[in-house]
Design a binder for this molecule. Structure first.
Ligand code: ADP
Length: 458
């Protein structure tokens, strides 16, 4: 089973301490190795010098060899010539150092432990006929190394302790903003979406995290706000026809009416029911659109035929108002999109044009194919137009320029919002092209059949 320290602080501390311990160990071992090499190198140089002195004395004044110990402090050596020993000191013989040469008859220095337990550095140098072997006790070198090793070994726990304490403290400081963010985030609820996480330094990692989280909160806040407004507007819209139906019904119940008057009451109630049905259908469409549950079926569209179909359905309304409803198109205009959604959008646009254009006005729908292959549909009317002040908002949900008049016309302020969503869901674009002076012009752009952006929207 893998044991994981529960907190990031503990994990950081352990990592910090672990890495530092490793560094201290490697460093200590390095120091020990370096000092060991230097001390032995010094010892070997000393040994080499002693051998040279012994050799020189042996060759120049062999009788002086006996006094070498008292003159130069060289007490451990042996001189041999032609295989027979010519001179060896008592200490050399006592410690049995000749055996060191038997175990490894090498000319490079070697360490050897005598039967007495003392350790010696021994080396043999052979001349043309003679050979000199000498030894130096290495106890002081080993003591020095041992002391150093003990000091370093005792320092390691201190270093580890310090690393743990320092790491814990540092990790605590570094992670403090996370704690502050968590505390704040815990306080934020749907009712306090205006609150934001504290940002100490927007450029460091935690600052960036807090900023990203704050941006998400802003988007959530906007979405909540829109939803709240939408619900309030929708309730208001639902209440209006219900109130109208209730008052018409109450009047009808209170007074005794003849059959014709009852028919009128029922007729007006049905009108309100119609309105409610349209409203609920629009709300359902928008809710499905928001949740992304509407499955698009994009396919090549014959826009002339599709627009002609919409116009045929609405012509009766235009005729009622003695309006001139025309369609102009080159031979064929094609696009790709979901037929039902494009139909719905065009229906809303042309219906609006009929609704808001006074009797006897003209509504013309013009289709064209752009050089890029995109299809353009323009719906023009000779109505009041859209004043500049409202241009940016008419596509908002429930937004109406003249609510009273729009309601009279049966409008609920969702037609343009739905039309824009329907066109954009198909990879197209819907805009108000007129400047509000004379009549309105709504322009729809739809992708060409081979435009890939048309297929990846949903
Ligand atoms: P509604 O259901 O009220 O028509 P829409 O979303 O379709 O809602 O339109 C929003 C508002 O834009 C309408 O209330 C109306 O004031 C204005 N509008 C839309 N189309 C036209 C048009 N062709 N001419 C003038 N005003 C328009």
């Amino acid at each position: 089973m893998k044991i994981r320290p529960p907190s990031v602080r503990a994990r950081l501390t352990l990592w910090h301490a672990g890495v530092l311990t490793l560094i201290v160990c490697i460093f200590s071992a390095g120091i020990l190795h370096f000092v060991d090499e230097r001390l032995y190198a010094g010892l070997d140089t000393q040994l080499g010098r002693q051998i040279a002195t012994i050799g020189r004395v042996y060759r120049e004044e062999p009788d002086e060899l006996t006094d070498l110990a008292s003159h130069s402090g060289i007490t451990l050596f042996q001189v041999a010539e032609g295989g027979s020993i010519r001179h060896q000191t008592d200490a050399w013989e006592r410690e049995g150092l000749a055996r060191a040469l038997q175990t490894a008859d090498s000319t490079s220095p070697l360490s050897w432990t005598a039967p007495s337990g003392r350790r010696y550095r021994v080396q043999k140098a052979s001349g043309s006929s003679d050979s000199v072997a000498a030894a130096i006790e290495e106890t002081s070198v080993r003591d020095t190394l041992w002391t150093l090793a003990v000091i370093l070994a005792m320092g390691i726990p201190f270093a580890v302790g310090l690393a743990i304490a320092g790491g814990y403290f540092l990790a605590g400081r570094v992670l403090a903003p996370v704690g502050a963010m968590a505390d704040k985030a815990r306080e934020i609820t749907a009712d306090s979406l205006a609150e934001r996480l504290p940002v100490d330094n927007a450029d460091d990692e935690f600052g960036r995290l807090a900023t990203v989280f704050n941006d998400t909160l802003s988007r959530l806040q906007d979405a909540f706000e829109r939803l709240r407004r939408f619900t309030a507007d929708a309730s208001h819209e639902l209440r209006t026809p219900l109130t109208a139906m209730r008052s018409v019904g109450e009047v009808a119940l209170r007074d005794t009416l003849d059959a014709g008057a009852y028919r009128d009451v029922i007729g007006s109630m049905l009108e309100e029911v119609d309105r409610l049905t349209r409203l609920v259908e629009s709300l359902l469409t928008l809710t499905r659109a928001d949740s992304g549950r509407i499955q698009l079926a994009p396919k090549p569209l014959d826009l002339v035929a599709l627009t002609g179909n919409v116009i045929d359905q609405l012509r009766v309304l235009a005729d009622e108002k003695h309006q001139n409803l025309t369609i102009r198109a080159p031979a064929a205009v094609h696009a790709v999109g979901d037929a039902a959604l494009v139909h719905h959008a065009l229906m809303n646009l042309i219906h609006n044009a009929i609704k808001y254009t006074p009797d006897g006005g003209t509504i013309s729908v013009e289709l064209n194919a752009m050089n890029s292959g995109r299809a353009v549909i323009e719906v023009r009317d000779t109505g009041p137009g859209i004043p500049a002040a409202h241009r940016d908002r008419i596509f908002d949900r429930f937004y109406r320029i003249d609510a009273g008049r729009s309601r009279e016309e049966g409008g609920i302020g969702l037609g343009l919002a739905i039309a824009r969503w329907a066109i954009e869901a198909n990879g197209g674009h819907l805009e108000l092209a007129s400047n509000g002076e004379r009549g309105s012009v709504f322009r729809v752009l739809l992708p060409a059949a081979d435009d890939p952006s048309a297929h990846d929207k949903s």
